[in-house]
Design a binder for this molecule. Sequence first.
Ligand SMILES: *Cc1c(COP(=O)(O)O)cnc(C)c1O
Length: 355
Amino acid sequence: MKTDIQPVFTVYLNHIQSNYQVLKTKVAPARITAVVKDNAYGLGATHVVQTLYPTCSEFFVAYASEGAQIRPFAPSASIYILQGIGTDDLKAVKENHLIPVLSSLEDITWWNNLGITDIQPALQIDTGLNRLGIRPADLQLLTPEQRQNICLFMSHLACPDTPTHPMNTYQRDVFEECRKMFPHIPVSLSASGGTLLGSKYTYDLVRIGALLYGITYPKSNDLPLKSVLNIQATILQTVSINAGESVSYGATFTANHPMKIAIVSIGYGDGLFVSLSNKGRFWSNGRSLPILGRVCMDSTICDITNAPDLRPGDLIDVLNEIYTPDDMALDAGTSAYEILSRFGKGIRFIRNYKK
Ligand SMILES: *Cc1c(COP(=O)(O)O)cnc(C)c1O
């Protein structure tokens, strides 16, 4: 009989540690900080923080609640809150000594009026992404005191996955111009992609998520970075079908020859993209097992005609070192970030952490 039949999510914390060391050497003398928002891209923020701290003592999250969650695991780290904060967050900010990243004149004025003296906020400017950030033209509205009273001056690139994109040099030029108004304040422009654009982009610190977690960028293959996530699922049943039989909801796949198929215990309820229907594949010992028909909530069907040894109870790979989140993202029509984030929300996985 089968033992565990729920899907299995294994995070190689040792590989995250190793990726951190590789990147640390690569970006020196700039400092590398770890971005652990969205539960460290679904991998488990408290585990990742425990792995990297105290070698890494600067972390970025999106919300104050995420900062409060990791604080016990990184008692003296700097924890930055990328999305900024609301009045409801003030208690958590003060208790956990969190650093808000402020992105508008209103935010800055509001923060200054709070009279919190033991926390210096960070300031984000928008250099072209047009997401969060104070516009360069508005910087001159800040008083000299407001300009001096921040701990980090930062911005974020729009197109670092395309090294030749003119946005990269454009944003860097805008950033260079603006930082002149903030002498002696540490500055940061790049996340994973920008970090690989060269030393002109690394400044005082880089904010790294993707590369730590095995997501690739142009040029990242030159570095010995490791994949960090393995997902497996159990074969619940195998079936032999005849030519002309269809598979799964909507009968979107029809066999044109006799086939052996396997019903596998993972579905969109676990974060597997429905867009992988008839497109993605599972793996067993280097053999690709194409997904047949529509991905269901709890299960997905794959072709095991070329892997006839597979039996109910066997585990197959959904993600591994040869079929990475980047490979799956290509099949699913999304990004590796979204692949990790979605699986990360799966609450039915048996989670293992390798140290
Ligand atoms: C998410 C995020 C990062 C990390 O990006 P990666 O590409 O995963 O390294 C850095 N900075 C900001 C502002 C972000 O929103």
